[in-house]
Design a protein. Structure first.
Length: 310
């Protein structure tokens, strides 16, 4: 039984988990960022001083056995003109309610996971209410996950303004993992906020697990503008990640889709690795509604292939 740990946040993390939850003979755990400060999540964390639960909710949905039904329930958003519940996700409110009933954010996640019989363990990277900060190349500092991509400046470094304590269970998951996967998604606002927590950083450094990074296929406007494979790799190393293997797609993205993305200042990530690190290519993408997305099924096939090799 191999233990696979996935680190990240946002929809990219959920995409990976949707695929690998159907692989036999593995144990899944994930470490999820709780630094989001926008939308329903941001409003609730400000009112109740709780860690951000939006990415946690998405991960629980992705690991649920009856994913479609659970997604409809937990992702249900109240009308934006109906008072105090306006624009809140039901799943966020459920996690908040359970955290107050259990007097513990961590216990609320465990309880909801048991109720929904999810395949895997979900751990927030910290049980604290935190904000991330970005030091920009021009020396300015931007506060907050939702504000960083809006700054129109190149990021130098992501950091917290105080010592952040890691979730104990997250450290335990790192220590026990056979494979650590850095999830697809926002480099600076989904993946890195987890690995800059000192105890998590130290545990990753000591871990003997095989460490795999799934490279984004497209750059992200105002966060990784014009970033190549090397740029993603160096940013992760700079913030304390350890990487043994980078996985990237090998499909040709249709030209009309690339042109559409260019209008949003997003381009395909160039592979300029030059043999510095082991890079493997797999079919990973799908092109629905003229969008470039990673396929959960193809990711699962990739992970199965990697498991067979080791």
């Amino acid at each position: 039984m191999k233990k696979i740990l996935v680190i990240g946040g946002g929809h990219g993390l959920s995409t990976i988990l949707k695929g690998i939850k159907n692989i036999e003979d593995i144990e899944i755990s994930c470490i999820v960022t709780v630094a989001d400060n926008g939308g329903s999540t941001g409003r609730l964390r400000k009112l109740y001083n709780v860690p951000a639960m939006g990415d946690i909710r998405n991960v629980i949905v992705s690991l649920a056995q009856d994913e479609d039904v659970i997604a409809r329930l937990l992702d249900y958003r109240f009308d934006d003109d109906k008072g105090e519940f306006s624009n809140h996700n039901l799943g966020n409110l459920m996690i908040l309610a359970l955290s107050q009933l259990e007097d513990s954010f961590n216990k609320s996640i465990n309880l909801l996971s048991k109720i929904l019989k999810i395949k895997g363990k979900v751990y927030p990277s910290t049980n604290e209410t935190v904000d991330i900060y970005a030091l920009m190349e021009d020396g300015s500092i931007v506060k907050g996950e939702s504000s960083i991509p809006q700054s129109n400046k190149r990021i130098e470094k992501i950091f917290y303004d105080h010592q952040v304590n890691a979730n104990y269970n997250a450290i335990k998951a790192i220590n026990e993992a056979d494979y650590i996967i850095y999830g697809i998604g926002s480099l600076y606002t989904s993946i890195i906020p987890n690995i800059i927590i000192p105890a998590i950083n130290k545990a990753i450094e000591k871990s003997k697990a095989k460490k795999i990074y799934f490279l984004n296929c497209m750059t992200q406007q105002n966060e990784t503008d014009n970033y190549t494979l090397k740029d993603h790799f160096k940013a992760l190393l700079k913030h304390g990640a350890k990487i043994d293997l980078i996985i990237k797609h090998n499909e040709k993205i249709p030209e009309h889709i690339l042109e559409k993305y260019k209008l949003e200042n997003s381009i395909e990530v160039e592979d300029d690795s030059d043999g510095e690190i082991l890079v493997k290519e797999y079919p990973l993408l799908e092109f629905k509604n003229d969008l470039v997305r990673h396929s959960s099924e193809k990711i699962a096939n990739c992970i199965i292939d990697i498991l067979k090799e080791n």
